[in-house]
Design a protein around this ligand. Sequence first.
Ligand SMILES: [Zn+2]
Ligand SMILES: [Zn+2]
Length: 136
Amino acid sequence: MPAILPDHESGYHPWMTIPIPHAINRRDDGLLIEWDDAGHQGWYTARELRLACPCAACVEEMTGRPLLQPAAVPADVRPVSLALVGAYGLKVQWSDGHSTGIYTFEQLRARCTCRLCAGAGVTPDTSPISRPSQSQ
Ligand SMILES: [Zn+2]
Ligand SMILES: [Zn+2]
């Protein structure tokens, strides 16, 4: 049974203080971002991150509709280089030539798939105690 996070109340909210990564490690198949020095780190697979590019060429500004065709992104796309944007985000030069997207730390933090964050994003309704029957 998964443990309930002690700080469930302080789950991620966009208006909270902007998270600043402790360290960002570039690898050919993705980025490893350390959010603090206490072992909180998230893995961002290169292609998934590329597909999540928030720039105006990849996402329609007015509607948020994705414009980027996943088929147009090479399966082996990789981050060639990284550049910090102010104190709030990260610009990635991709091997497919794309580099206009700015990934804010907020977005990256919200996409963190580590056990800690994944747990915080899921309603803890898997307890066998208080669920006598299915109510769907
Ligand atoms: Zn883009
Ligand atoms: Zn996380």
